[in-house]
Structures are given as C-alpha cells and as structure tokens.
Design a protein around this ligand. Sequence first.
Ligand code: FAD
Ligand code: NAI
Length: 469
Amino acid sequence: MAQYDVIIIGGGPGGYNAAIRAGQLGLKVACVDKGIDGGGVLGGTCLNVGCMPSKALLHASEMYDAAANHFAELGIEVTPKLNLAQMMAQKQVSVGQLTKGIEFLFKKNKVDWVKGAGRIAGAGKVEVTGADGAITALEAKNIVIATGSLPAGLPGVEVDQKRIVDSTGALSLTEVPKSLLVIGAGIIGLELGSVWRRLGAQVTVVEFLDRITPGMDAEVAKTFQRSLTKQGMVFKLSSKVTGAKASKTGVSLSVEPVAGGAAETLEADYVLLAIGRKPYTEGLGLETVGITPDKRGFIPTDHWKTSAPGVWAIGDVTLGPMLAHKAEDEAVACIETIAGKAGHVAYGLIPSVVYTTPEVAWVGKTEEELKAEGRAYKAGKFPFTANSRARINHETEGFVKILADATTDEILGAHLIGPHVSEMIGEYCVAMEFRAASEDVARTCHPHPTRSEALRQAAMGVEGWTMQA
Ligand code: FAD
Ligand code: NAI
C-alpha cells in the first residue's frame, strides 16, 4: 500500500497549492482529485468552472462592448460581429493550458496525482475510487481536505442547466439570451450578468437584500449599482423568488417583495441562480474520523486542524471568504505547519475583487465595520475624474477611498472602484501587511501618468492634503 507524508483530497487552488508546497518541502505527497464533473482535470472550480472561464468571458465581452460602444469616441469606427462559438472556444483553450500547467507543476514537484474520488476510511487511510470503479487504498501521516464547494440551491428553482442555469451553465450558453433573470446580486450574478448584458441580453437582477454585493463598503456599492444601472442592468432589490417554471423556450419566475405585498411573475429566456455556494463534503467519510460539519456544512478548523488528529481542512470547505487566494494562503500555511514551520494567514487582509466594469476591489475594513467597532478613523478620497491617465483613456468612473486610524494613521481599509483596480489593490495589501500609515503611501513616489497615482492622492486626503482634486 502506498504510504505518504500528506494526502490532499481535492485539486483546486487549495489542493494543488498545498501539493506543490508539500513537494517543495520534500514531503512525500499525493493529490487525489476526481475532477469537476468527473472530468479528470486538475484545477478544481477555479480553473474549470470558476475564476478562469469567467474572467475569459469578462475580458472578451469587455472587448466586444468597447468595440461596439467606445471605440468610436477614440476615432476608431468598427461594427463588431459576435462569434459566440469562438469566444467560448478561446476560453476553453486557455483553461486547458492552465490545467495542463498544474500537471506540469505536479511533475516538477514530485506530486503523485491520483485520479478518482477520495474517501477517508479511518485515521491515516484514504480510499480512491477511479472512473472504472477500482479502489486504491492509500495511507498517510496527514490528510488535507480541500474538496471545495458547489453552487447553493433554492427550493422551487430547479437548475436544469438548460433554461435555469447556475454559474457553470451560464459560462457555456450556446446563444445570447434576449433576456436573463439573475437571482442574487452577489459577485457571480454581477460578473456573469455583465458578460451577457455586454453581448446583448436584457439583464434583470433579483436580490433579497435592499442593496447589492453584501460585504462591500456601502458607499462603493451604491456607486457600483448606479454604474451598472447606467449600463442597462435592472435591479429588483428587497425581492424574494418563490418559484421558477421552465419551458422549452423560457422561464417564469415568481417574485414577492420581502416586506410583503403583491407577487409578480417575471418572464425571461434564461434564469441564472447565483445565491452563494455551499461546502462540498459528500461521500468524504468524515464520520470515519469523527468530524462533524457545522450547521451550514463547513468543516470546523483551528489553524487548519480539524477535530481529528492528522486531518486538516483548507479552502472553500472551511469557513471564511470563498476565494481562490484564500484557499491558496491556507494551503501554504497548513503545509508549512505540517512540515514543522510556522504557518500564518492574515485573515483581515484577504482582498476581494469584482471583475466588472468598473472593477471593484477592496481590502481591510469597510466604513460600516469601523463604525460598528466604534473605531475612530479618517477617510481620504480621490475620484478618477481627476486622474490624468483615467481622463485620457476616457475611464473616469469611480474613486479610491482610504480609511486610516484617527490616532496612529495605520491604514485600516482601502476601497477602490474604477478602471483596472483589480491590479492596483495589491499595493494596499502589501502596505497593510507592513502596517503602513496612510502617510507612507502618500509620500511614496508613484509613476506618472498612471491610475496608481489615485492611490497616493487618496492617501494624501487622509491628512487633508490631496493636491490634484
Ligand atoms: P475547488 O476549487 O472547488 O476544488 C475542489 C476540488 O476537489 C474539485 O476539483 C473537486 O472535484 C474535488 N473534489 C471534491 N470532493 C472530492 C473527493 N471526494 N475526492 C476527490 N476530489 C474531490 N475566486 C477568486 O478568488 N477569484 C475569482 O475571480 C473567482 N471567480 C469565480 C467565478 C465563479 C463562476 C465561481 C463559481 C467561483 C469563483 N471563485 C473565484 C471562487 C473560487 O473558484 C473558489 O474559492 C476556489 O476554487 C476554492 O478552491 P478550493 O481548492 O477550496 O476548492
Ligand atoms: P454571493 O454570496 O457573492 O452573493 C449571493 C447574493 O445572493 C447575495 O447578495 C445574497 O443576498 C443573495 N441572495 C441569497 N439568497 C437569495 C434569494 N433567495 N433570493 C435573492 N437573492 C438571494 O454568492 P455568489 O455570487 O453566488 O458567489 C459565490 C462565491 O463565489 C462568493 O462567495 C465569491 O466569494 C466567489 N466568487 C468570487 C469571485 C471573485 O472573486 N471575483 C467571482 C465569482 C464568485
């Protein structure tokens, strides 16, 4: 029977990064993965049906939208023609290259990739059922659970991946819907809603709460909603979906105001259900080592250790933001702890990004959180209308807001909405990891003309000396 120092169950960003780090540290490691939908490819949700295909479609649809609606302003006159099949094909090519890249990294770091469904079969034991039904028994000193998550369901709304789709179905539609109803104004709903709106769909988003994107700073969320509305997205907030009926050609959605009142029926070609994700532990054999998931199905952990000795859990299957980089950070910290090093994750500094137009990116505390904590803070703000690079590129929507402690000036939160801010938030992640003051950023030379100057100008604003607005 094969013996390992570590067996990792799951080959997504949590699992594959854990496997690579274990290999780097000289541990004998296997990664068991059954592939999304039994597909036999590494990369998990993120590479196959999550981050990467969604970003591929967001990029391509943004280019299409720019060609259709913004090029003329720059003096470029074109009438773009959509080739949806090619747009989908180029997405799959990139995804294929990325999943192959992980296979290469596994070989490079001597990780054994065991294809099949893993099941814990008691302390230190894992059984893997291959596609042909054959069972392989493995043993390890440590087992790391990195089995990820699945889309959450909604009673009365049955996902058939034909007319009523989840994120996986919405990444592979074969036609542009004339109309798309999105349930949930969270990150998936707004990113994939944006893709299909840019390609020509009339998109209506039905959200239970009275705001979009819970967790985002409220001022930013308001600006974001205004911007998406201007682009043509329609929002029905404070509304709950009570049922959906699909036919061959469309869907009827029953919607009621949360506060009570008259119900209505909305009709559309397609419905996208995007109300969150749930941890995935089915058939994992948790009971064989005495692990009990919490009420919502997450595996409870303390520094990535579960209640069972030698069994660890990381990524979407544990509590915390369901993000690929959170899973990756936990992977490194968990494996380094197993290897006898000091593992650490700065949970307060995990950035979030929404890859729409404008993009939204943030790290640290929102104004609402600081107010609730009773922490005295100062805010500095800078609009992209006053940033020269944004102005010459005709991308002036949005702003940067920096929140810092009123006494020590330590940066507590950075909230960005605007052009390419996904690539700019990292500056504040580093600054905050080093516990920088807003003055440190304000006095750091930034290249001109770049959008990053807005980060500096907003930091200057904390002490009231923003110079360019
Ligand atoms: P997963 O990526 O879910 O991987 C788990 C793997 O384990 C899967 O391959 C699964 O098949 C396998 N598995 C499960 N059970 C078993 C078993 N018993 N035996 C063997 N294998 C098993 N996050 C971001 O940070 N940025 C983004 O832009 C982003 N975009 C997203 C877009 C969409 C549409 C979606 C759905 C998600 C997105 N996410 C994004 C979230 C991100 O995909 C997840 O947070 C991330 O994939 C979690 O990694 P993980 O390793 O915990 O789990
Ligand atoms: P989400 O948690 O971001 O948003 C779900 C939304 O649905 C919320 O606004 C919630 O209030 C609403 N909702 C819940 N129940 C509802 C109901 N019955 N009716 C109407 N609205 C309802 O979840 P989402 O968008 O499904 O994404 C899942 C996860 O995937 C997120 O946690 C996110 O971390 C990750 N993700 C990250 C991305 C990124 O980093 N750019 C992109 C896509 C997904």
